[in-house]
Design a protein around this ligand. Structure first.
Ligand code: ADP
Ligand code: ZN
Ligand code: ZN
Length: 731
């Protein structure tokens, strides 16, 4: 560093800062140094700054003042945006951990953590309702009756009133300004304060629930992770509410993470009813506007939010005094981000609770094998609820052997009869199949032509409303051919069933009952979805047909029969996690049935009635299934017993993608187990060829040390690649 360089003087502390080290949101594992120009107040760590970067100007985050090994010739900062940290200390160290764990550049991690508005450099300030208060000054208003009336209105309201209340009362903006101009009233800002306590009397807990709650309350000091495994309807949410009540009373905040699909107005409403409208309950989800997101984020940090309910990214909200994290349905796949920073919000929640030294509660009817393994190893307390709260009985499970049977729109005659019986008895029927559209295959019975997506290596799904062939992988649509493009045969056939076909078949069979189809094609609008759910809640006999959207969040108390149209695909898939996901899905769908006084029946159609995994699910429930599946994972050396990373690469040219993965493989250090490069299970999507490299190790330390050398690898322009630590699916 030059000896007599001009030094920037911090006007507040009178100390000097020459250089700051910042993180920019670029795919580079590197931080950058900038000079603080003379006269500029230097940024504190965590503040946003604007820096010149190549020919661009970027918003960056200050990581460090005066790093020891700073370079001598540096470009100056353009400006400093914050006087205090925009990203608080706790989140900065979390970001460093994330960057290291997921091998993702720190600047991009910080950009992922921050709300979009903050990233764009907008002012990070809580906008509060405009409020006017009497100053106590007096003056003669005898000739200004409107001004006097305004002052009296404020006096009558206890000395201050919101601008909107004044406008509503007929006072004009101009009038407010002129009274303020006389110094009689002034604009004030008061932070909203939430009321601790409850608004709604909670139900008395049953014995099981009381035991679980008292266990949890015994361990509210320090990092105490618990896994609450309780069947759907066993009263887990009630336990969250009562535990949260205690944490709030101790003056601390709570973060509740829920799956994407479960964050509905009903969920938030349940918390608001319990803690009251002024109870500081807020939510963060993808439908919020950017400014709303920023405001909620800031209010978590200021302490004005007492309970934050949010989806995946809410795990990055800053808090003044966080006292508990709850992750509901912790097994859910939506907690894993599938692009960019491929984090698991559940795992980040564990890390954060550990760092903050606070309790963590993971709840699920079907816990992930990761969490079950941690519980078995004694790392998590394993708490259980085996009965349904309020006395409802769990459903009974049955397999329906459909070998050699002709299915009608996906359904066997036995199943159709059963559905009919339940409807006539006044129940509702839930028909679950994990495939939308009309039919997954459209073919020519004369030659062997099949409708296939030209860009992916996949069959196209036949849709009837609107009529089209649609590729579920790249979204491409084509009109239906009127004849076979290969041989001209005029009668093409739809094979197999999706939700549209099953819906049509059931509508023909049971025209007297209302039918609701719930899948991604029918539920593009949240409002329409809510309206459908309300009609179903009304409880008249009806049929529900749908995909996994039916498996989460909502309860259907009047459903007495659940039909699982096809369970086999999941147990036969090439993805080693597919059986776990399928068992969770079936159990979750089944859990929607017979919630109240009506016991339910679950019927599962299968071509594999002797499948060991399916049998164990039926005979021993999810717990038995999980025990078997864990044993398989252990003996095959798969997660959660050994950590895994997946390197994916795709290119228009197979050789490019494969060659890149070969160079990745060369860089990996021993002792890693490396499989591949192999074509991904769906080897071509949107004309790009996809390959992957599966990497495993015996310990996490070995995995991380071994893959570190690849993070700075530059791929040729023709190849897109990504590194996924703890992948949720292997394609
Ligand atoms: P879960 O979260 O496990 O699905 P919930 O907490 O939603 O279970 O409880 C299921 C239903 O039972 C809800 O309607 C809830 O209000 C009710 N409930 C929960 N605990 C009790 C209890 N101790 N007594 C009576 N009803 C209860
Ligand atoms: Zn043909
Ligand atoms: Zn396609």
């Amino acid at each position: 560093m030059p000896a007599h360089k001009e030094r920037a003087l911090n006007p507040l502390t009178e100390t000097t800062v020459d250089v700051v080290r910042v993180a920019v949101a670029k795919p580079l594992h590197q931080l950058f140094d900038y000079a603080v120009p003379p006269g500029m107040a230097p940024p504190v760590a965590g503040a946003r700054v604007v820096v010149p970067f190549g020919r661009q100007r970027l918003t960056a985050i200050c990581i460090e003042q005066d790093p020891e090994d700073a370079h001598a010739r540096l470009k100056p900062l353009v400006s400093v945006l914050d006087a205090s940290p925009a990203v608080p200390e706790e989140l900065r160290s979390l970001a460093v951990w994330l960057s290291d764990y997921y091998q993702h550049p720190l600047g991009e991690v910080l950009a992922t953590i921050m709300p979009a508005e903050a990233r764009r450099g907008r002012e990070m300030k809580i906008v509060r309702p405009e409020q006017w208060a009497a100053t106590g000054a007096t003056c003669d208003l005898a000739r200004a009756p409107r001004q006097r009336a305004l002052l009296e209105a404020i006096g009558a309201a206890g000395g201050s009133l919101s601008a909107s209340a004044l406008l509503d009362a007929g006072f004009s903006r101009a009038l407010i300004r002129s009274v303020a101009g006389k110094g009689l009233i002034t604009r004030t800002e008061t932070a909203a304060e939430f009321a601790v306590g409850i608004d709604e009397e909670p139900p008395g807990l049953n014995e099981e629930q009381a035991d679980v709650l008292s266990d949890l309350l015994d361990r509210t000091d320090g990092f105490a992770p618990s896994l609450l495994e309780g069947i759907t309807g066993s009263g887990k949410t009630e336990i969250y509410l009562q535990l949260i009540d205690q944490v709030r009373k101790a003056g601390r905040q709570v973060l509740v993470l829920v799956p994407e699909i479960a964050l509905t107005p009903q969920t938030v409403g349940r918390f608001e009813r319990r803690f009251g409208a002024g109870g500081g309950v807020a939510s963060l989800h993808s439908n919020l506007g950017d400014q709303e997101r920023l405001q909620t984020w800031l209010k978590c940090f200021s302490g004005e939010v007492s309970v934050l309910i949010g989806t995946r990214s809410a795990v990055f909200a800053p808090f003044a005094n966080l006292g508990l994290i709850v992750v509901d349905e912790e097994h859910d796949g939506s907690f894993k981000q599938q692009d960019g920073l491929r984090y698991s919000a559940r795992d980040v929640a564990v890390k954060r609770a550990q760092t903050l030294n606070i309790p963590l509660l993971l709840g699920s009817a079907t816990p992930s094998l990761e969490s079950l393994k941690n519980a078995a190893a004694g790392r998590y307390a394993h708490l259980r609820l085996r009965q349904r709260a309020g006395g409802a009985r769990p459903p009974s499970f049955h397999l329906l052997d459909i070998r050699g049977q002709t299915l009608e729109d996906g359904l066997s005659q036995d199943l159709i009869r059963k559905v009919g019986q339940h409807l006539k008895r006044g129940g509702q029927a839930l028909v679950f199949l994990n495939r939308r559209g009309y039919a997954p295959t459209y073919l020519c019975p004369r030659c062997s032509w099949q409708a296939a997506c030209g860009r992916c290596e996949m069959r196209m799904t036949l849709h009837l409303s609107p009529r089209a062939l649609i590729c579920h992988h790249c979204g491409q649509q084509r009109p239906l051919p009127t004849a076979c493009p290969d041989c001209g045969h005029a009668e093409l056939v739809a094979v197999g069933a999706g939700t549209q076909r099953t819906e049509a078949g059931l509508a023909k069979r049971f025209p007297e009952f209302p039918l609701y189809r719930i899948d991604r094609d029918t539920t593009r609008s949240q409002r329409r979805l809510e309206a459908q759910f309300e009609a179903i809640q009304a409880g008249d006999p009806a049929i529900l047909v749908g995909t996994q959207m039916l498996a989460k969040g909502h309860h259907f108390p009047k459903v007495t029969i659940v039909a699982v149209v096809n369970a086999d695909g999941g147990f036969l898939s090439a993805d080693y996690r597919a059986p776990e996901r399928t068992a969770q899905l079936i159990t979750q769908v089944a859990g929607r049935a017979g919630r109240a006084e009506h016991p339910g029946e679950v019927w599962i159609q299968t071509y594999q009635p002797d499948s060991v995994l399916l049998r164990s699910l039926i005979d021993e429930g999810y717990e038995g299934f999980a025990r078997r599946e864990l044993a398989i994972r252990r003996s095959s050396g798969l997660p959660p017993f050994r950590p895994m990373a997946l390197v994916r690469a795709e290119s228009r040219d197979a050789d490019n993608a494969r060659a890149f993965l070969l160079s990745v493989r060369d860089r990996l250090e021993n002792p890693l187990e490396v499989l591949g490069p192999a074509p991904a299970p769906i080897a071509r999507v949107a004309n790009r060829l996809r390959f992957q490299l599966m990497v495993m190790a015996d310990t996490r330390r070995e995995l991380h040390r071994g893959i570190r050398p690849i993070r700075d690898l530059a791929a040729p322009n023709t190849v897109r690649w990504s590194l996924d630590i703890d992948p949720y699916d292997t394609f």
